[in-house]
Design a binder for this molecule. Structure first.
Ligand SMILES: C[S@@+](CC[C@H](N)C(=O)[O-])C[C@H]1O[C@@H](n2cnc3c(N)ncnc32)[C@H](O)[C@@H]1O
Length: 351
């Protein structure tokens, strides 16, 4: 059975031949992979990291419906300079980016509601006409929001949302269609060193010879500015981060009590990263029903929820060359707080 768009009946070209039959529609213009994000053993992954020392959780579990909406609120906070700074760079440079990256398709990794990406899509529609936009995200709420916005704004753009983790989406994309992979919002900062290398190795080997990568990175700057961005005066960031435990309770059946924990974040200068934790405010037993077991989360003990690494763009450009990405352009803002880095696939181009 081939994968077809329900409305047009056209075969979906974004998937590679070998992967095409593994995807099925789950709602209008949104696709999931068999044994993909909906079926992966999320509960087991969570239990494994909760029992690790020190304890941690994967940030992908931040984005349940409420988490995705709270993250949207974070993006408009005055302290959270990242979104508006990146958006301003995109507003100024989208024309140039699309001009130097002649593609037929934009694939966005961890797209969220794709609000900033609209700047690229507008240029893509203007310069190239009929094109495809394929966001990949583990949040169905965000994908549906992105679909409704893109369909309303850009009739020339065919939307195909992939409800999937990065790896599942990336390895299913057709190599023969010239594609711009966009990875915005400083999401690259959420990877630790190992996940970073695995991610870029997979992306580098999955990209076709006429593909490009646009990477949004937050830069190293004064500690005060960084720490304020993750500790807003209204407490929205804390609400967003601690909401992960409501989602974890739902997935795993644990009994985390949000009234017995507090939010804590700090900039670790040695690792050049923001570290974001939940700290237990009293000793508490956390039950793991699937194992018929429990652990004690001790007063003062931290669970790492997310890191957000900060980068020197030139160093990052150098590092990504090891994975086959050739730096093309570097766009930044007047304060040099955020950078958009454009790369092409380093191998010989096919004309
Ligand atoms: C920090 S938000 C960025 C959203 C948007 N790109 C922006 O710049 O505002 C991260 C997004 O990536 C998604 N995400 C997180 N981990 C993911 C994973 N492992 N695979 C796919 N999507 C993921 C989340 O659901 C969320 O929408």
């Amino acid at each position: 059975m081939s994968v077809r768009d329900q409305e047009t009946g056209n075969e979906l070209r974004i998937f590679s031949q070998t992967e095409r039959n593994r995807w099925h529609p789950i709602e209008r213009s949104i696709w999931a992979r068999d044994s993909g994000v909906a079926q992966d053993d999320a509960a087991l992954s969570i239990v494994r990291t909760l029992l690790d020392q020190p304890r941690w959780v994967e940030p992908r579990f931040l984005y349940d419906e409420r988490g995705s909406q709270l993250f949207e609120k974070v993006c408009s906070l005055p302290e959270y300079y990242l979104t508006r700074t990146e958006d301003a760079i995109l507003e100024k440079e989208a024309g140039r980016i699309i001009d130097v990256a002649p593609v037929e398709c934009v694939v966005e990794l961890g797209a969220g509601f794709s609000k900033k990406t609209a700047r690229l899509l507008k240029e893509q529609a203007r310069q190239r006409g009929r094109s495809t936009f394929a966001p990949i995200d583990v949040s169905l709420t965000a994908l549906a929001g992105s679909r409704d916005a893109v369909e309303g704004q850009f009739p020339e753009i065919d939307f195909s949302g992939l409800y999937a983790r990065y790896e599942e989406g990336i390895s299913s994309i057709e190599k023969d269609i010239p594609t711009l992979f966009a990875f915005l919002g400083s999401s690259v900062g959420n990877f630790d060193q190992l996940s970073f290398a695995r991610f870029f190795h997979l992306l580098g080997t999955s990209m076709g010879p006429n593909d490009f990568l646009l990477l949004g990175v937050d830069r190293i700057k004064e500690v005060e500015i960084l720490e304020k961005a993750y500790s807003d005066s209204q407490g929205v960031t804390a609400e967003f981060i601690l909401n992960i435990f409501t989602n974890i309770n739902r997935i795993v059946g644990t009994d985390f009590d949000l009234d017995k924990m507090q939010y804590y974040s700090w900039y670790n200068p040695q690792w050049q990263q923001m570290e974001i934790y939940a700290i237990a405010t009293s000793d508490q037993e956390i039950h793991l029903p699937s194992l018929g077991s429990a652990f004690v989360w001790k007063k003062g003990e931290r669970i790492l929820v997310e890191i957000s690494r900060k980068f020197e763009p030139e160093q990052l450009q150098q590092q990504l060359q090891f994975f086959g990405f050739k730096p093309m352009e570097h766009f930044t803002d007047s304060k040099q707080w955020f950078s958009l880095l454009l790369f092409e696939k380093a191998s010989q181009k096919v004309d």
